[in-house]
Write a protein that binds this ligand. Structure first.
Ligand code: ADP
Ligand code: MG
Ligand code: MG
Length: 199
């Protein structure tokens, strides 16, 4: 079973990998975006860490809805509302239970990813964070490590794609040949699950 501390560790692990990888995320956002993805997420996840410490929510659902709200209010770019919606919707689907099963979490995350697709209009293959998130949810039944590997593979597979959503889509065919920054950060987020589990 997964408790509030597990979800807090998930957010902390993600914040730590965003700190480590911010420069790379911004570099990826430079040829096909506006070179701010790393700094956007750095600001967002620092704020998430701070608010979770301050308010200490005590259920899985409350941890994720608070984190999502914080991302929406602190990240100006497209990724803020999208990641914010992902976490808020996932948190809402977890309800008010003190502990949730991994199966319940898988279904909640699926609802979260569906909400991101509804908000942003992206489908798999459009070269966005969705290309890492959908395979991750599909693999989650096989465990957190499998989900992390699937997300990483999905992120790498965005390179040959032409972007059809977000800023990168303005480049048309010139978006081909670059890895999507949002799919890359989504893989970091999913990798954080195994880290939270191992601690
Ligand atoms: P901005 O493009 O506003 O500067 P960021 O650089 O923080 O925002 O985030 C860019 C990332 O957001 C992209 O790499 C892509 O993965 C994701 N993204 C952009 N638009 C969408 C969308 N409509 N649906 C899903 N993901 C999207
Ligand atoms: Mg950007
Ligand atoms: Mg921007």
């Amino acid at each position: 079973m997964l408790d509030a501390d597990f979800f807090r560790r998930w957010m902390t692990a993600t914040a730590a990998s965003v700190e480590r990888e911010a420069e790379r995320l911004t570099d990826l956002d430079s040829p096909i975006g506006d070179a701010d993805h790393g700094s956007n997420l750095l600001r967002g996840f620092r704020a998430v860490t701070a608010v979770l410490e301050k308010e200490a929510p005590d259920t899985p659902g409350a941890v994720l809805t608070l984190a999502g709200r914080q991302l929406i209010s602190t990240v100006g770019g497209a990724s803020g509302p999208l990641y914010g919606t992902l976490l808020r919707r996932t948190g809402k689907a977890l309800g008010e239970d003190a502990e949730v099963s991994e199966d319940r979490f898988t279904e909640a995350l699926r609802a979260g990813v569906d909400a991101v697709m509804a908000l942003g209009g992206a489908a798999p293959g459009d070269k966005t964070m969705i290309d890492a998130l959908v395979p991750a949810v599909d693999a989650l039944g096989d465990g957190f490590v499998a989900a992390g590997a699937a997300a990483e593979e999905g992120a790498l597979a965005t390179t040959p794609l032409q972007a059809r959503k977000g800023r990168a889509s303005y480049l048309g065919e010139r978006s081909i040949g670059h890895q999507d920054p949002g799919a890359t950060s989504a893989a970091l987020l999913i990798a954080g699950l195994a880290e939270a589990d191992g601690e």
